[in-house]
Design a protein around this ligand. Structure first.
Ligand code: PMP
Length: 461
């Protein structure tokens, strides 16, 4: 057998060994040696109700016994209608049709294709280019990777990527356009907004199909919100140039930020919302998009009702049954309410931690999508060198201590800038948050001690 490790799994990283998880309960996962891990990041911001919820497992088993699979080109199921209705009722009034996929990348892929077909069939055949944003993530398939702006994930594939355009995601604390906050008081001068118009005009509005953005940037920036009126400006630009506005809610959707959808913090209605992760709380692969009436109407009128697209597992009955059970629990247990309360508490604890810890530069995010940015110097924000892998190392220490967080890097320029997402299940308790903070603080302190021993960097505050 080839490779370094004697087994048959194509591992995520062949240089690592991973704990083998046998089961989970609530916020905890247990490995085969009996070690317990607090899941302080809901896996990948997906396991939003924690682990081992029997009610969801039963709903999945029931549907699997009834009819595990039907192909949506030939048949539909009751659960499909029920879940689509629940999702549409949470979404803005004019977004009423729900299309299902298995993962978030496929959801964004579908949205990009739908925007293109919408324009082409309505007599705007040149419109095909997507404008995305640097330091935003939309998935790992070629279309979604091309739209996204994660340099480290893109680099290997650059020659094959689609020639989409990008502007910078706003990040006021480290403005990529080097603007000071006072410069931005007059909104018409916002570089992050005006740049979009420059790009549109450069490539020609007749060529631009869609603009895609995360409402609050998750894995790439570590929970960075845009300035308050950013999306209002984006909405105006998209309306003016007839560009489909796709809001990627794969991470932010279904209560994660303290509202049903993250975009509801910003008072606009997008044309397509993509979703994933939280819709099934990780219990089955499920994602999709919610589509504005005007796009659906156009599809019916101009495309004979047919979206030229589809996957074998679109609307998979077992996944959909999982989603239906999860959304029922969110509603019944008033989960969004808990996100607001627990999110406020967690944020307060993170601010208090920043005060005690010399390497936290920023605390940010909404609801339970929270992040800390790390720096050699917590006051000035001097970033750690890239090759130190600071956030990864801190997370490895935390895992030794029995908690897992979501580390990330590249928030400053694609390479520099370390952050850690703290995104527990949405039903987390204050007691669990206290424990989470204790492990995080110990991990940061151990990391600081290691650096001192390595005599690599002087930690100051
Ligand atoms: N968009 C966003 C905002 C995400 O956070 C992710 C996953 N991290 C994706 C898209 C891709 O989703 P998936 O991994 O399910 O394909």
């Amino acid at each position: 057998m080839g490779g370094l490790i004697e087994d048959y799994v194509f591992h995520r990283d062949f240089s690592k060994t991973y704990p083998i998880i046998t089961h989970g309960k609530g916020i905890y996962l247990y490995d085969k040696n009996g070690k317990k891990y607090m899941d302080a990041c809901s896996g990948a911001v997906a396991a939003n109700l924690g682990h081992g919820v029997e009610e969801i497992a039963e709903a999945i088993a029931f549907q699997a016994k009834q009819a595990a699979f039907v192909h949506t080109m030939r048949f539909e199921t009751e659960v499909l209608f029920q879940l689509a209705e629940k999702i549409a009722l949470l979404a803005p009034d004019t977004l009423n049709k729900v299309y299902f996929t298995s993962g978030g990348s496929e959801a964004n892929e579908s949205a990009i294709k739908l925007a293109r077909q919408f324009h082409k069939d309505a007599g705007r055949p040149e419109k095909h280019i997507v404008i995305g944003r640097w330091q935003s993530y939309h998935g790992n398939t070629f279309g979604s990777l091309s739209a996204g702006g994660d340099i480290k994930r893109r680099q290997t594939y650059t020659p094959s990527l689609i020639n989409f355009n990008h502007v910078y995601s706003p990040n006021c604390k480290r403005c990529p356009y080097q603007r000071e906050k006072e410069d931005c008081d007059h909104k018409q001068n916002w570089s992050c907004v005006r740049d979009i118009e420059s790009v549109i005009n450069e490539i020609g509005p007749e060529n631009v199909s869609a603009f895609i953005a995360e409402p609050i940037v998750g894995s790439q920036l570590g929970a960075v919100s845009p300035p308050e009126d950013y999306f209002k400006e984006i909405r105006k630009i998209c309306d003016y140039y007839n560009i489909v506005l796709i809001v990627d809610e794969v991470m932010t959707g279904f209560g994660r930020t303290g509202k049903d959808f993250g975009i509801q913090h910003f008072g606009i209605v997008p044309d397509i919302i993509t979703f994933g992760k939280g819709v099934s709380a990780g219990y089955a692969p499920l994602a999709g998009m919610i589509v504005h009436d005007r796009i659906v109407d156009s599809l019916i009128e101009n495309s004979k009702g047919k979206f030229v697209h589809g996957y074998t597992y679109s609307g998979h009955p077992v996944s959909v049954a999982a989603g239906l059970s999860v959304l029922t629990i969110y509603e019944r247990d008033r989960i969004v309410n808990n996100v607001q309360l627990a999110g406020d508490y967690l944020k307060q604890q993170l601010f208090a931690l920043k005060y005690r810890c010399p390497i936290i530069y920023d605390v940010r995010g909404e609801g339970l999508l929270l992040g800390i940015e790390l720096a050699i110097d917590g006051e000035k924000g001097t970033p750690f060198p890239e090759n130190l892998h600071a956030s990864e190392r801190i997370n490895s220490i935390a895992m030794e201590l029995g908690a897992v967080f979501y580390p990330g890097s590249g928030s400053i320029n694609g390479y520099l800038g370390d952050h850690i997402l703290i995104t527990p299940p949405l039903n987390v308790t204050t007691g669990e948050i206290d424990e989470m903070i204790r492990v995080l603080e110990s991990s940061l302190n151990i990391f600081i001690e290691e650096l001192k021993e390595e005599e690599a960097y002087e930690i100051t505050k």
